[in-house]
Design a protein around this ligand. Structure first.
Ligand SMILES: Cc1cc2nc3c(=O)[nH]c(=O)nc-3n(C[C@H](O)[C@H](O)[C@H](O)COP(=O)(O)OP(=O)(O)OC[C@H]3O[C@@H](n4cnc5c(N)ncnc54)[C@H](O)[C@@H]3O)c2cc1C
Length: 356
């Protein structure tokens, strides 16, 4: 295990901002994870698990602890999985997610083709139950292997024990920071039909055609690119952490207040099936933000609202090697305040904050 000191972290994140880690270790085996965790415990140093840094805002001061950078690699394919026609993939947490999706599509396996183009690592996907265009990893994951920092032992959690919900799991809620994911198992369907649930995607294919998995994943990448949601080298307009705000779920009373404070009828969507959502509606955060005066392309210092996506806050300084976490946060807070003042809605930020 090679411990590095005062390691700059900005380059490990998609936003490209943030200060150094007091301690940093690249871990490429399960033994190294146990060793690094033991070191942090013995030194009473806080520990943070870093994947691809694509859902992360690190403070300019950095992190006064140990950053464990997940670099475990390897993909095993088990033909004839337990379920008929299913193919089981056991994937090390440090594998690049989008490259893994591409592998499964090339192997003609259905289940995650709509999740093409999402940055980050395989180990990051169960954490917020990554989802897009009608699919989420919760439906394909069968098992998560992880180091339990409390029990100081490796455990294997069945999907049913991961408490998956919309952009949520036990890993980012009740057990936040407890587990270091080292491997994720997915069951995909050999020669299965692609998921074509979203209008954006359906429009890409003439009625009556039967697109292949590769056609659909490639269409997903094109749609993502048009919305600034695909990382393109050298384009600061997509240097984001994905959606910066979650879509708020509000009561009918709050919805009426939103409607009363805008010149247009607000869009509304079902809030989801859980009992906690009964009688509530989901309102697009992007709509609230635009109504509050922040159009696509809005700029504040080196931070901006992507010119292609209202929910993506971007680091416009990234092309020049600049920008700062403070500027991103200043813009986020300005948006939050304006939306709260106009509509009484407290927007929740989606990226993980480190070192603030
Ligand atoms: C352009 C762009 C588009 C995006 N589009 C989407 C989208 O469509 N849908 C979506 O759901 N997300 C999207 N995201 C967000 C992000 O890509 C996902 O959340 C991704 O899964 C994060 O993985 P990561 O490895 O980068 O995690 P990081 O950003 O490194 O970490 C995020 C959190 O996960 C934890 N974590 C990471 N790896 C592990 C591990 N091995 N074990 C335990 N904890 C770990 C970290 O501690 C941290 O709390 C997008 C981001 C960007 C930049």
């Amino acid at each position: 295990m090679l411990l590095e000191e005062n390691k700059p972290l900005a380059a490990f994140t998609t936003l490209g901002v943030g200060g150094p880690a007091r301690w940093f270790v690249n871990v490429s085996s399960e033994d190294e994870i146990a060793e690094a965790a033991a070191w942090a415990r013995a030194q009473s140093v806080p520990l943070f698990i870093l994947g691809g840094g694509s859902n992360l805002l690190i403070s300019d001061a950095g992190f006064d602890g140990l950053v464990l950078h997940i670099a475990l690699r390897g993909i095993s394919i088990l033909e004839n999985g337990e379920i008929f026609d299913s193919v089981k993939y056991e994937v090390a947490a440090g594998e690049d997610w989008d490259a893994f999706v591409e592998t499964t599509v090339q192997n003609n396996c259905a289940g995650i083709e709509c999740l093409a183009g999402i940055p980050g690592t395989v180990g990051g996907t169960p954490v917020q139950n990554v989802g897009a265009y009608g699919q989420e990893v919760a439906t394909s994951i069968t098992k998560v292997r992880a180091y339990d920092l409390h029990a100081e032992a490796y455990v294997e959690l069945a999907a049913a024990d991961c408490q998956f919900a919309y952009r949520r799991s036990r890993f980012n809620s009740v057990d936040r920071g407890r587990y270091v994911v080292t491997r994720v198992d997915y069951a995909l369907i050999r020669s299965g039909a692609p998921t074509l649930r979203y209008a954006d995607l359906q429009r890409a294919f003439p009625a009556g055609t039967q697109p292949s998995l590769a056609d659909v994943s490639s269409a997903v990448r094109s749609v993502r690119k048009s919305k600034g949601m695909l990382l393109v080298e050298g384009d600061p307009d997509c240097r984001s952490a994905g959606s910066f705000f979650k879509n708020p779920v509000v009561s009918e009373e709050q919805f009426e207040r939103i409607a009363a404070n805008s010149t247009m009828q607000p869009p509304r969507f079902p809030a989801g099936s859980g009992t906690e959502n009964a009688g509530r509606v989901k309102v697009p955060a992007a709509w609230l933000i635009e109504q509050a005066g922040f159009a696509k392309g809005y700029v504040l210092g080196s931070a901006g609202v992507s010119s292609r996506h209202t929910l993506a806050l971007v680091n416009l300084g990234s092309g020049r090697g600049g920008g700062s976490a403070n500027e991103i946060l200043a813009l986020a807070n300005k948006i939050k305040t304006a939306v709260a003042e106009q509509f009484g809605i407290d927007l929740e930020m989606e990226p993980v904050m480190l070192g603030f």
